[in-house]
Write a protein of this length. Sequence first.
Length: 293
Amino acid sequence: MFSGSIPALVTPFRDGAFDEKAFRRLVDWQIESGSSALVPCGTTGEASTLSNDEHHRVIEVCIEQAAGRVPVIAGCGSNDTMNALLHMETSQQLGADAALVVAPYYNRPSQEGMLAHFSYLAEHSDLPIVLYNVPGRTVTDLKPATVIELARRFPGKIIGMKDASGDPGRVTEHRLGIGAEFCQMSGDDGLALPFLAAGATGCISVTANVAPGLCAKFQAAWAAGDVAGARALNDRLYPLHSAMFCDASPGPVKYAMARVLDWMAGDLRLPMTPCDEAGRKVVDAALVHAGLI
C-alpha cells in the first residue's frame, strides 16, 4: 500500500528539451528528503505535452535513478485506451511498481465508458492501477459507485486512487464500499489533512516538489498520531498549497522550484506559460511563510 508524501514530479525542461540531469537530481533530492514514492508523467509533469518517446524516457530515468529506494507510480493516463495500455506495458517493462491512470479527458465518456476503459486496462496488463479522478481537468467525474465496482471486479489489480474530486466524504464512501485495503490518496494538497482524517493514507502532491521535507514530516506526524504537529505543519504549508494554483499549474510550482533550487530552470512547454507577476508575488510570500526562502 502506498502512503505518505508522494510528489507528482515536474518534468524539467531546458531549451525545449527534457533536462535529464536536473530530473535525476530532483529524484535524489526527493528521496533524500523523505518522499515515500514518486510519480513521473502526471499532470504536474506536463505529460500532455510529451511525445510517447519522451514520456517513456522520463519514466525510465525516474526508475533508473530511484534504483529501488522508493516505489515509482508511472503516469500512464490517456484519453485513448490503447495509448494508456501502451504506457502501462512500457512502464511495466521498465520496472514501474504501479500505473497512475487518469479518467479519460476531453472525450467525456459516461460512467459505463469509464468502467469499460479501466476494465480493459486491468484485463490486458499486469501492472497494478491507481485510479486518478480530477474532474476539474478531465470534465468527467469517476463516481464512487464506479470506483467501488472496479475494485470489486479487479481485486489486487485496481489497488487505489488519487482523488482530486475535492470531496473528502468520498474517502469514507470508498472505504465502506471497498475496504481499508484500497489505498486512497488525496490529489489536493490543501485537502490532505481532512482526507487523512477520513481514512486516506497519503497525498500525491504538487507542493512536495518544492517542499518535500515539510510534506514528508506532515505525513509522518499524522501517521504517528501527532495531530497537533500535523496541524502545525499544515498551517505552515497551507499558503504554499494555495499558491501552487494561483496561476495555471505547473507554472507556479516551476517558478517556486527555480527560486529554491539553483539547478532547476522554470521552463514550461506551450501551451503552458510562466506565472505572471502577481502570481510570483503570491508564491514568494508563501515560500517565506513556509521558511523555504
